[in-house]
Design a protein around this ligand. Structure first.
Ligand SMILES: Cc1cc2nc3c(=O)[nH]c(=O)nc-3n(C[C@H](O)[C@H](O)[C@H](O)COP(=O)(O)O)c2cc1C
Length: 158
């Protein structure tokens, strides 16, 4: 058995689990749009329709996501590596030069995705150094496409 106290060994083992990639957006209490790339997004329940993702407590937009009553999840398709990297960057305003529209609940909506879910926060759950945000899907749009895959710290072709 490997050493669980070694963060890098643990991170490497957890990275064996291949995931999709999504960009989550929300409005900060001061109305600024906030966004971040995540691979922690997962489905939870069909009835009621629930999803989950988790935000590291150290990320810049953490306070905004913690306070948000709604969020939008944009599931990325193959070829959107640049979008994933853009919204993972440590910059003050990730929306400078990025086209978006205001959706219901004031959610900043991107126009390129394979699936988009507008969610109401149902529960905020303590997840150690992350906060888990359980959301109920209120609206969705699906444009079938090949997925963007993240595995072992890298984007992969399908
Ligand atoms: C593929 C990928 C998946 C990520 N998944 C998550 C995640 O699930 N939760 C999280 O807190 N950060 C995740 N991150 C890191 C955040 O996107 C990044 O730390 C954040 O956007 C930085 O925001 P800040 O610069 O405003 O602090 C991921 C990054 C990448 C590239």
């Amino acid at each position: 058995m490997s050493d669980l106290d070694s963060t890098s060994t643990l991170r490497k083992a957890l990275a064996a689990y291949a995931t999709g990639v999504a960009v989550v957006t929300a409005r900060a209490p001061d109305t600024r749009p906030v966004a971040m790339t995540v691979n922690s997004f997962t489905t939870v329940s069909l009835q009621p329709p629930l999803v989950l993702w988790s935000a590291h407590r150290g990320v810049g937009p953490f306070d905004a996501f913690q306070a948000a009553t709604h969020y939008a999840v944009h599931v990325l398709h193959a070829g959107q590596e640049a979008t994933a990297l853009h919204f993972a960057r440590d910059v003050e305003d990730k929306f400078t030069g990025v086209a978006y529209v205001d959706g219901n609940h004031g959610l900043p909506l991107l126009d390129d995705f394979s699936a988009r879910f507008l969610c109401q926060v149902e529960q905020r759950l303590n997840g150690g150094d992350h906060l888990m945000l359980l959301g109920r899907i209120l609206e969705m749009e699906h444009r079938p496409a090949e997925p963007l895959i993240f595995h072992d710290g890298r984007f992969r072709p399908v």
